[in-house]
Write a protein that binds this ligand. Structure first.
Ligand SMILES: Cc1ncc(COP(=O)(O)O)c(C=O)c1O
Length: 362
């Protein structure tokens, strides 16, 4: 289907006021945003408009009952100035499934891709150039707008995409609190969906984590706290006895990370043994005590590959700063050169947006 897009240009660009040398994560936004509304059973009124606050009815369903999902992906520039997205079809698929789980009308995958494509065509100058760890972050999101109180399936929804140049997600090594108290997800819940409420519910536990010197939580299963799920915004990987381990996805409690899926393929191609299975806290602690753990890292779009420098479990602190990190460094390097288009795309992972203009510098 070909979507009809109306474009209203922003006549006052903020780009010159943006400090591309000191980008944080999620604080700067480009000049335009995409909006589509769901009315009378279909997605209509697709438009790109100047970036600005939106009006909401005070009774809008999302404000009271949190019916909202989102996605996150990045655009980078290749050495010859092609704009590259990494596996956006995977995000389109996950967004579709998250919408189904939250009883919202899914965004057709071609609309998801076209909305991002057209918005980037307009705001491409915002993609950071030649700056390590910087890229253009893409945030599609979908929420319920029915202006009526009362919990029921709604009839009106809004889909939006905003963009912003970003730097590193974590500025320091990350220590995690292995959970034996709070719960993020359980079978039959919403853990696998990129549902806004999943994140809001982790904030108070994260404050508790911070009291223990940890930036993030490593979640365990909700019923027994005996095996690992994932970190707040990343999937988790361990390397024990030369085997790469990551929790299996079959309970519907863990987000199906695009980075996770891609690292598994790359690791296998590099000749490493990879196991997707239940990993118990007990076997991990034992391996740490016996010095058999070689690496531990989080994987996600925002941080790519993030070394875990230590953890707290049952109020005891464990230091992992001396791990050799060889495997995570190799995987990170490989994934980054693929994403930047610096080597041949043998997996057909890259989605290219070609411009007919010469991009300007920022
Ligand atoms: C809970 C959670 N797990 C894992 C990930 C990593 O997923 P991806 O690699 O698709 O960014 C994210 C980030 O999107 C996340 O929010």
């Amino acid at each position: 289907m070909n979507w009809d897009f109306k474009v209203t240009k922003n006549l006052e660009s903020k780009i010159k006021k943006t400090d591309f040398d000191n980008l944080a994560f999620g604080k700067d936004f480009t000049d335009h945003m995409f909006i589509a509304d769901y009315k009378d059973g279909s997605w209509t009124d697709c438009r790109i408009v100047p970036f600005e606050p939106i009006m909401m009815h005070p009774a809008a369903f999302v404000l009271h009952y949190a019916q909202s999902i989102f996605e996150g992906l990045k655009a980078e520039l290749s050495p010859n100035n092609d704009i590259l997205l990494f596996r956006p079809e995977e995000n389109a698929e996950r967004f579709y499934k998250s919408a189904e789980r939250l009883a919202m009308p899914p965004i057709p995958k071609d609309l998801f891709l076209e909305s991002i494509h057209k918005l980037i065509e307009i705001d491409y100058e915002w993609i950071p150039k030649g700056k390590a760890n910087s890229s253009l972050y893409i945030r599609p999101f979908l929420f319920a707008t029915d202006p009526v109180l009362g919990v029921r399936v709604g009839e009106t929804f809004r889909y939006m995409v905003i963009l912003g140049p970003v730097g590193s997600y974590y500025s320091a090594p990350v220590k995690v609190w292995i959970q034996d108290e709070f719960v993020r997800a359980f079978p039959g819940g919403t853990g696998e969906a990129k549902f806004a409420g999943n994140y809001a519910a982790t904030l108070q536990p994260v404050l508790e984590a911070q009291k223990r010197g940890c930036a993030q939580i490593l979640w365990t299963d909700g019923l027994t706290h005996s095996y690992f799920q994932e970190i707040g915004t990343m999937n988790i990987f361990f390397v024990i006895d030369n085997t790469i381990l990551t929790p299996e996805l079959n309970e519907g409690t863990i987000l199906r990370g695009v980075t996770r899926k891609s690292l598994i393929v790359l690791a296998q191609e590099m000749g490493y043994k990879v196991e997707e299975r239940k990993i118990t806290v007990e076997e991990f602690i034992k391996a740490v005590e016996e010095h058999r753990v070689q690496d531990m890292f989080g994987a996600g779009t925002a941080a790519v590959v993030q070394p875990i420098s230590g953890f707290v479990y049952k109020e005891k602190e464990y230091d992992l700063t001396n791990l050799d990190r060889e495997i995570s460094q190799k995987l990170k390097a490989k994934l980054e050169i693929i994403k930047k288009g610096e080597i041949e795309d043998t997996h057909n992972w890259m989605y290219k947006i070609e411009l007919n203009k010469n991009s300007q510098s920022n």
